[in-house]
Each structure stands twice: as structure tokens, then as C-alpha cells.
Design a binder for this molecule. Structure first.
Ligand code: C2E
Ligand code: MG
Ligand code: MG
Ligand code: MG
Length: 290
């Protein structure tokens, strides 16, 4: 009887100590612990082909699950992670989760893409590419399945951005510029980058059908993307008026709550399956490298 009570008291004390030490941590300290403990998970927001309504893949969006079970949105910790350089370790964990999910759920369709958000530090150093390649080779998954996306800020250092994008494409990935239109990008700036796709920020999609100062901007963005032969993905699509406009302007892809919110992997797999029926062709996985 004495031993179980002793063990119980011991565990209780350990629990209290952990609780107190976490409480006293700074936000950076908490993030460091979260990285150590791998407290991140990924939700996938379906990306839909507007012509057919089929799901062609998803965007990987990180969430932080704290020990109390609450989910923290990326907006609340990615900026701090970027400031401190911790983002690179988070990117690595996101890559590992995505590749493991693709493998575990046999999502090895060449036509199924997962877009991973990468940040300026990942692009500037190019360090992201060996990490992705290593994970994909280990799992025997085709690089064509992984798309990379970064905001304009991510591509600010134009020389290194150009080199990283070129190498990523050589390896078989597609590269997109995210949140387009929210920064300072011009046609000239875009011309300097060998990109595959452009994602129109939600702010411009929101302006469709409203007579505001920004509502004409979206047509310019679409024209610019077409001039440069970029595929276009509209973000944050929430209603049919927006879909009609996007279709009329030959925008190929969209994501947004109208189609689906970001989903836990099992629900995403389900969404993809329902949307494609048996039309998605599996790719014979490459022999996994040990
Ligand atoms: P983002 O890359 O522009 O991702 C789209 C954001 O818009 C997501 O927010 C998504 O949930 C939200 N969204 C999508 N459709 C709709 C819609 O119809 N209506 C509304 N109101 N919102 C919609 P989330 O998941 O909170 O992510 C926020 C941002 O955090 C992302 O913006 C991205 O910049 C960043 N982020 C997310 N995951 C990662 C990551 O793994 N690495 C890095 N570096 N950044 C990430
Ligand atoms: Mg994104
Ligand atoms: Mg975006
Ligand atoms: Mg956005």
C-alpha cells in the first residue's frame, strides 16, 4: 500500500514541477520545447480544379497542439518562429509529417500534390531541398507530389530565391508564390523568378463582386500571371459569385471554405477519394531507400 501512495506522490510532484517550469517559460522557450517534443501536426486544405471540381491535392497547414490539448493557429507562432530562426526546425517537422502521411495513407498519386509553406530562411539558404529529397527518397515518394510555396517575403533575396527555385524545379517540385498582391511584387520582380504558380491572396478574392478599390486589382493579377504563364490558385474562396468570376477569368484552381476547411489527414483522404472516385491513378511507389 505504501509503495503505490509513494509513487502517486512522486508523480504528482513531477507533474507540478513540469507545470510550473512550463508556466515560467518565455514564448520562445515554449516554442523550443514544442519543437523538442514534436507538438506539431498538419491539416490539409483541399485544392480544387475549378473546371472539374476535382480535388488535385491540398495545402499543408501546421498547427501546434499544446500539452493541454488546445490547437494553436500558425498566425500566433509562425512570426515568432521566423524572427528567431526556429522556423527551420518547424519546416523540417512539417516535411516529415507530410511525407509520413502520404506514405501511411498510400497517397502516391502523381496527380495528388501537397503544397508545403516554406519561409525566407529556408529559401535563402536552400537548405530545404536536401531535407525534402532525403525524406522523399526514404519513403519512396515522387518529388512531383510536393509543391513548395512561399510569400513574397520568402523570395525577397532575389539571387538566392532564383537559385533555390531553379533547383527545386530541377528536382521535380513545383514552386508557387503565396499571398500574391499583399507585398510589393511587380511584374518585373515576378519575371525574375522561374515560378510555376501564383496564389491570389484572399483579400483580392474577397473583393470580387464588391465595388471597392481592390476589386479591379484581381483582374490585373490574373492577367499578369497569364502573361508569365503561371498557373493560378485562388485562396479563401467562400461563395459561388467568386467561383463564377474565377471560372470566367480562366483561373484553374481554388481553395477555400466553400470547398472545405483545412482537414485532419483522414478526412482529407476521404475528401480526395470522394472527389476523384476511382479516377485518380496511383503511382507505383519507388523502392524505398533504407
Ligand atoms: P496561407 O499559406 O495563406 O494559408 C491560407 C490560410 O487561409 C490558412 O490559415 C487557411 O486556413 C485560411 N483559409 C483558407 N480558406 C479560407 C477561407 O475560405 N476563409 C478564411 N477566412 N480563411 C481561409 P492558417 O491555417 O491559419 O494559416 C495561416 C498562415 O500561416 C498561412 O497562410 C501560412 O502563411 C502560415 N503557415 C501555415 N502553415 C505553415 C507552415 O508549415 N510553415 C510556414 N512557414 N508557414 C505556415
Ligand atoms: Mg500558403
Ligand atoms: Mg496563402
Ligand atoms: Mg493568405
Amino acid at each position: 500500500m505504501l509503495l503505490p501512495i509513494g509513487a502517486f506522490i512522486g508523480l504528482f510532484i513531477v507533474g507540478v514541477v513540469i507545470w510550473f517550469s512550463r508556466r515560467r517559460l518565455s514564448p520562445v522557450g515554449e516554442l523550443e520545447i514544442a519543437i523538442q517534443n514534436r507538438e506539431f501536426l498538419v491539416h490539409y486544405q483541399p485544392i480544387v480544379e475549378l473546371k472539374t471540381g476535382r480535388c488535385i491535392g491540398g495545402e499543408a497547414l501546421v498547427r501546434w497542439r499544446r500539452p493541454d490539448g488546445s490547437l494553436v493557429r500558425p498566425d500566433l507562432f509562425i512570426p515568432l518562429a521566423e524572427e528567431t530562426g526556429l522556423i527551420m526546425q518547424i519546416t523540417d517537422q512539417v516535411i516529415a509529417i507530410v511525407v509520413a502521411d502520404l506514405k501511411k495513407h498510400s497517397l502516391t498519386f502523381r496527380a495528388l500534390h501537397v503544397a508545403i509553406n516554406v519561409s525566407a530562411a529556408d529559401i535563402k539558404t536552400g537548405r530545404i531541398l536536401p531535407v525534402v529529397t532525403r525524406e522523399l527518397e526514404r519513403a519512396g515518394i515522387e518529388p512531383q507530389q510536393i509543391w513548395l510555396e512561399a510569400t513574397e517575403r520568402g523570395f525577397m533575396d532575389i539571387e538566392s530565391a532564383r537559385a533555390t527555385i531553379a533547383l527545386a524545379r530541377q528536382l521535380g517540385h513545383s514552386v508557387a508564390i503565396d499571398d500574391f498582391g499583399t507585398g510589393y511584387s511587380s511584374l518585373q520582380y515576378l519575371q525574375g523568378l522561374p515560378l510555376d504558380a501564383l496564389k491570389i491572396d484572399k483579400a483580392f478574392v474577397d473583393s470580387i463582386g464588391r465595388n471597392t478599390a481592390t476589386s479591379s486589382v484581381i483582374t490585373h493579377i490574373i492577367d499578369m500571371a497569364k502573361t508569365l504563364n503561371l498557373q493560378i490558385i485562388a485562396e479563401g474562396v467562400e461563395n459561388e459569385v467568386q467561383v463564377s468570376f474565377l471560372r470566367a477569368h480562366q483561373v484553374e484552381f481554388a481553395q477555400g471554405w466553400l470547398f472545405s476547411k483545412p482537414l485532419p489527414v483522414l478526412e482529407f483522404v476521404d475528401f480526395h477519394r470522394r472527389s476523384n472516385g476511382d479516377k485518380a491513378e496511383p503511382v507505383e511507389p519507388k523502392a524505398a531507400r533504407k
